[in-house]
Design a protein around this ligand. Sequence first.
Ligand code: 13P
Length: 250
Amino acid sequence: MRKNIVAGNWKMNNDLAETEELLSHLKMQMVKEPEAEVMVAPAFTNLYSTFKALKDTPVKVAAQNMHQAKSGAYTGEVSASMLKSIGVNTVILGHSERRAHFQETSEILAEKVNAALENEMEVIFCFGEELEDRKSDKHFDVVAKQLQESLYQISEDAWSKIILAYEPVWAIGTGETASPEQAQEMHAFVRKNIADKYNQQIADEVSILYGGSVKPANAKEIFAKEDVDGGLIGGASLKAVDFMAIVNSF
Ligand code: 13P
C-alpha cells in the first residue's frame, strides 16, 4: 500500500529564529498523530536545528537540494553524506525552481538521483510542465520526458526510495491550482507510464504528491482523487495552522 504524504517546502524562507518559531507552532498544532506522513524541508542553515527540534515527533526532515558528487572542490555545495551525517535522509530533487534558476538539466538530475540512492536516501522527485506546454497540449510528453531522462535509469528495487511530486510550473506560487481532475489525470498518466516502463506493482506503490498552490481550502478535494497521495506545499507550509490543516485533510 502506498503512503499518504504531506511535505512542506520552505524554500528560501525563515532565518534560524523564525524557523524555531515555526517549529514550535507546528508542534503545538500537532495535537494528534497525523494520518499522513509529514515532512518539512528547511534551508540548509536550518536543517540541523530542525532535525533536533523534531527528533521526538513523527515529522521527517528533508533537504531542498544536494550536489551529486561525493565531496571535493564544489564551493558552496552540500553532499548526500553531509546531509546524512546530520540525520537528514530525504532530499527534494528536480524542483522547477532549481531547473529554471540554477540550470539543473535532466542529465544533472539523473546524477543527483543516483547519488542520493547510492547513499540510501529517499528522494522526492519533482516534475511538471510549463504553461506553454499545457496550452499546446504537450504536458504529457513533457512529463514523460522528464521521468525518462532523470528517473528511469534507476533499478526496480530503488523505487521504494522514490516519492514523486507533480508540480505544474504554472500553479507554483501563483494562486492558480490545477483542478483536482487535472491533477488526477496527470497522476494516472504517470502511474501508467511507470507500469509500462517497470511494472504495475511499482506503479501502484509509489506515492505521487501534487504541488502548486495547495491551501487548506482546496487540499481535501485534491487529496480525495484516487491517484493523488498527498501534497508538496510551498507558501501554505510557512504557517503552522495552514500546514496542519492541509496535513489533516486526509
Ligand atoms: P506553492 O504551494 O507556494 O505554490 O509552492 C509549491 C511548491 O513549489 C512546493 O515545492
